[in-house]
Design a protein around this ligand. Structure first.
Ligand code: MRU
Length: 348
């Protein structure tokens, strides 16, 4: 279940992605070479999903580092830091972006006395390592997640946390794709995920391509399918998990958690440790990205579906309080509420 959605071009001069804004209609690759192109790819969600953004950022910083003039030699690190800060501003909520850029810059700082070609080679290997580590984490998360499910279960998921958003199986979709390989026969309800339709465009596409039995629903239909007893578990991804377990994920996730609590259905968050941010104490401190209101009123419609000039509020994420999360599944195992102390012990 490997999707090469982010990779370096053979010559190493560009980072190439599948432009996710065109899916499912068209699978087109896009090459990003300049800082502006890389920034735009992240902010426009051409590359999206917290782990994929981190992987992209690692490669992008390598590509941009190659373009820093050789002279003056001591200009390299300040420029690299500047480029990292610029890319870091593309999206504020997913912490993987920040982690990956910080990791690349720290490595350059530690190796600042090396010759430029050696330093660049180290940065390239680090970017590749970020991707390979994510793939390994995906596999472990998928196994742990699958251990919580039974053959034939009905599962509800929100947004897209599959291979396109990561490097391999995905996080929330990982157990479903692994289960499909092992004949589990899950029935999946995919929330369409307004306003950018990651559930309809990407999750339905990925599950359908893998042969999983998937049914698309509008976000406001989650309650009826849960009430009808058709959902045995909810699986979602995450963009930033605070030290106490409060979790930011795609807008609408907290509503799914509240419904799951009401109907007595387990609500699982799946994500790699790169999404855990112990420097953020609780969900209150997580910065929520706010996007252009036209995404609600106009995008995907042939003509605008709201009166011109109406005010729109378009937060891209919300925070699910830790106490509503039955378990958080990482590559290091399954964590149950309360999260704070075990997170500090394992990830501190
Ligand atoms: O705005 P997006 O599409 O980048 O939001 C993505 C999500 O909220 C995902 O659930 C999350 O990043 C986890 S991806 C494994």
């Amino acid at each position: 279940m490997y999707v090469e959605n982010v990779h370096l071009t053979e010559d190493g001069y560009a980072v190439e992605i599948i432009d996710q804004t065109l899916l499912p209609g068209e699978k087109r690759f896009l090459q990003c070479r300049t800082a502006r192109e890389c920034f735009e790819a992240i902010s426009s969600l051409r590359v999206r999903g917290a782990p994929a953004i981190g992987i992209f950022a690692g490669y992008a910083l390598y590509v941009l580092a190659r373009q820093i003039p050789e002279e003056p030699a001591d200009g390299f690190l300040p420029r690299l830091r500047e480029l990292a800060a610029y890319l870091d501003g593309a999206r504020p909520t997913a912490v993987n972006l920040h982690h990956a850029l910080r990791r690349m810059v720290s490595l350059a700082e530690q190796n600042r006395f090396l010759a430029r070609t050696e330093l660049l080679a180290i940065l390239r290997r680090e970017a590749e390592a970020i991707q390979m580590e994510d793939a390994a984490m995906n596999r472990a998360i998928s196994e742990y997640g699958l251990s919580l499910l039974r053959p034939g279960d009905g599962i509800l998921t929100h947004c897209n946390a599959g291979p396109l958003a990561t490097s391999e199986y995905g996080t929330a979709l990982g157990p479903l794709l692994l289960g499909q390989e092992r004949g589990y026969g899950f029935h999946v309800f995919a929330d369409e995920t307004r306003p950018l339709l990651q559930g309809a465009r990407l999750t339905a596409y990925e599950l359908l391509s893998a042969g999983v039995d998937v049914t698309l629903i509008c976000d406001n239909m989650a309650s009826i399918v849960m009430g009808q007893g058709r959902v045995k578990a909810c699986l979602v991804g995450c963009d930033r998990i605070a030290a106490n377990g409060d979790t930011a994920n795609k807008i609408g996730t907290s509503g799914v958690a509240i419904l799951a609590k009401h109907y007595g259905i387990p609500f699982y968050v799946l994500g790699p440790s790169t999404t855990i941010d112990l420097s953020t104490p609780t969900g209150r401190e997580i910065v929520i990205e706010e996007r252009d209101g036209r995404e609600i009123a106009e995008k995907f419609f042939e003509i605008p579906q709201a009166p011109a000039g109406v005010k729109c509020f378009n937060p891209a994420f919300d925070v699910t309080p830790a106490e509503l999360i039955t378990a958080i599944i990482t590559e290091k195992g399954i964590f149950r509420y309360p999260y704070q102390d075990r997170f500090a012990a394992v990830f501190g």
